[in-house]
Design a protein. Structure first.
Length: 123
């Protein structure tokens, strides 16, 4: 769904400990997706994503030691963020409680009242 040609990947050195490997290799990956210039999204989808997540989506991955694995993770996170932004919340249909549900609620209230009445000290 998301064309990789529209995703810009930036690499840099990862933060945190790791010794010589982390200090010399650029394993941190930032995936950037510009929503406004995308050809894969319709105008309606673009408006929805911009209103929910902004005009530019970013995903960072520096979990693994290898740049290729971090690239995969960053793209997965970017796709997940885009999916969440495109998700349309269904409207809630208001319903009334059923007759059985009302009766059950009233019976529970009666039982609770009885329990409380029995806990009172005698007159």
């Amino acid at each position: 769904m998301l064309p990789l040609a529209e995703v810009e990947l930036q690499v840099s050195r990862s933060s945190g400990p790791g010794g010589q490997h982390a200090q010399k290799s650029e394993t941190r990956v930032v995936a950037v997706f510009d929503v406004e210039t995308s050809g894969a999204l319709t105008a309606i989808q673009k408006r929805r994503v911009i209103s929910k997540a902004g005009p530019v989506l970013r995903a960072v991955a520096q979990d693994e030691r290898s740049q290729s694995r971090n690239r995969e993770l960053a793209i997965e996170r970017l796709v997940a963020a885009l999916r969440d932004a495109l998700h349309v919340q269904r409207k809630r249909v208001a319903t009334k409680p059923t007759k059985t549900a009302r009766e059950r609620r009233l019976e529970q209230k009666r039982r609770r009242g009885t329990v409380k009445r029995l806990r009172r000290p005698p007159d």
